[in-house]
Design a protein around this ligand. Structure first.
Ligand code: URA
Length: 239
């Protein structure tokens, strides 16, 4: 999207006036003053007018099937691939709703709606997230029960979760875990706390959303019914 249109859509000014603001050097993109009237924005670009960030007027809600090897932060000092680099054709500045580790794959929501992001990630709202984890070693029923009851991590005991052994082969087990908290690296730390290192991790579901129909590295827009459903779920669960 052109910078002038973005400014106009965001309510800063008319489109013609926006071009004047650009020509006067009042608009920055990613910290750099832009004078080019036809400047085109890329996904993730940060637009500033007179020192203030200009948010996009349109609310955008995306479901991405994140591949391993992508970082969720918008800026990475090491220059690693970012999830927002996968959003071809999205000209609005969106950010990940919660985080998946660099080496975790699966369902990731992205949006430019801060209120929605808060509802999906704040521990006060109970949005269930389902993961499949290949772990080192064979899991016994006792360990599964421990994971379900809650395990002690350095930042507190985890809330009750659901755990299920899906399969095991060659000294490794495939575990399904459903949690509704979002502690940092929670699944890996929970598994390690009961003696099983996570080898690979995939988020397969968030509330009623799954990866169905979305190939790895691809994304789709959420429908308004899905967005409303998620918001309702969070509000109903709020303590
Ligand atoms: N738990 C983890 O350990 N890593 C993730 O990326 C998500 C949940």
């Amino acid at each position: 999207m052109r910078l002038a249109k973005y400014l106009a859509d965001s309510g800063i000014s008319s489109r013609r006036q926006a071009e004047k603001l650009i020509a006067q050097g009042k608009v920055k993109v990613n910290g750099q003053t832009i004078y080019e009237l036809a400047f085109t924005l890329n996904p993730g670009d940060r637009v500033e007018y007179e020192g203030k960030i200009v948010e996009s007027a349109d609310r955008v809600y995306l479901l991405l099937n994140k591949p391993r090897g992508y970082i969720c932060t918008l800026f990475d000092p090491q220059g690693r691939p970012r999830v927002i680099d996968l959003l071809n054709g999205i000209n609005t500045r969106v950010f990940p709703v919660g985080r998946l580790d660099f080496d975790t794959e699966g369902l990731l929501l992205l949006s430019n709606d801060g209120e929605f992001s808060n509802l999906m990630t704040h521990p006060r709202y109970l949005i269930p997230k389902k993961y499949e984890a290949w772990v080192q070693g064979l899991l016994n029923p006792d360990t599964i029960r421990k994971l379900e009851k809650g395990v002690a991590l350095e930042d507190g005991i985890t809330a009750p979760s659901r755990a299920k052994l899906l399969s095991s082969e060659k000294g490794q087990s495939l575990l399904e875990l459903e949690i509704h908290e979002g502690k940092k690296r929670q699944i890996k730390r929970m598994c390690l706390a009961v003696g099983h290192r996570v080898i690979s991790l995939k988020r397969t579901a968030l509330a009623f959303l799954t990866l169905e129909g979305v190939a790895r590295g691809q994304f789709r827009f959420l429908t308004s019914a899905e967005v409303e459903g998620l918001i309702m779920l969070a509000r109903q669960s709020g303590k």
